[in-house]
Design a protein around this ligand. Structure first.
Ligand SMILES: Nc1ncnc2c1ncn2[C@@H]1O[C@H](COP(=O)(O)OP(=O)(O)OP(=O)(O)O)[C@@H](O)[C@H]1O
Length: 240
């Protein structure tokens, strides 16, 4: 697809002696939210880490816009405009909200408009600006991790299971925030929560056992419970 912002082509990744990704190929179209769905251990995190250069693709290619990033170092990949919010969120518990966010800026200086946007999306960040991150709730920590990713202009954000362990009300707030962020940034979202994925995703790629088993429109998958069950071997609506 010519409008892909990110393309994986026959990507194979090993972790130690284990062959984890077995020829993963899919495109992420520019704009909006694309979901990478799959069961526990399917290879979702490994895919994101391989894109970021945290694991190395042994074979295949990863292209971001017109750059072949397959062999680039992680900081160089980040400099092209890709941010990564890992499952463990990557925030510093002993630092304040402000310090966590300042570290995520390239210059140590905040752009006032972007900071205002973060505060509008996540008012808790302004409220707890001087609070240490370890004292935040689970949902607030996730909001901080996402705030760090968007405190500077990014082309694309890779987010690993942001709803894990969060209460429904927080998840609803996340959906609203992600819609707003996706207005000018492409999001590749790794999820197991199908309700969250369905509310946001335009396209969906399903991975199982290190292989892509489905790639298509979210609306089509959302309308086809049989396909959901077949692809994920569980009732997704029950999996919230
Ligand atoms: N550091 C590691 N050493 C060895 N095997 C690993 C390591 N990290 C992941 N794996 C294995 O790679 C496979 C894919 O793991 P990955 O974390 O990518 O899955 P996932 O789809 O993100 O699942 P989860 O939702 O559980 O995080 C699993 O079989 C996992 O056991």
């Amino acid at each position: 697809m010519s409008d892909a912002i990110l393309r994986l082509d026959d990507v194979h990744t090993d972790i130690g002696q284990y062959h984890i990704l077995h020829g993963v190929s899919f495109d992420v179209p520019e704009g909006g939210v694309h979901v990478l769905l799959g069961r526990n251990g399917a290879g979702k995190t490994t895919t994101l880490r391989t894109v970021m250069g945290l694991w190395r693709a042994r074979k295949g290619a990863i292209v971001f816009r017109h750059h072949d990033i397959t062999a680039l170092a992680t900081p160089d990949i980040a400099r092209l405009g890709i941010a990564y919010v890992p499952e463990n969120m990557g925030i510093f518990g002993g630092l304040t909200v402000e310090e966590n966010m300042r570290l995520a800026t390239g210059s140590g200086q905040f752009d006032k408009d972007r900071l205002d946007r973060v505060f509008a999306l996540f008012p808790a960040m302004e409220k707890f600006w001087t609070k240490q991150a370890f004292a935040l709730s689970g949902g607030q920590k996730q909001m901080l991790a996402i705030s760090r990713a968007i405190i500077e202009k990014r082309e694309m954000i890779l987010i690993d299971e942001p709803t894990k362990g969060l209460a429904p009300a927080i998840i609803r707030a996340m959906i609203a925030a992600f819609r707003e962020i996706a207005a000018d940034t492409t999001i590749l979202l790794v999820e197991q929560n199908f309700l969250f994925a369905r509310a946001l995703g335009r396209g969906v790629t399903v991975i199982d056992d290190g292989r892509i088993v489905h790639d298509g429109d979210m609306a089509a998958l959302a309308a086809d419970e049989g396909l959901q069950t077949k692809l994920l071997s569980l009732s997704l609506d029950a999996h919230q």
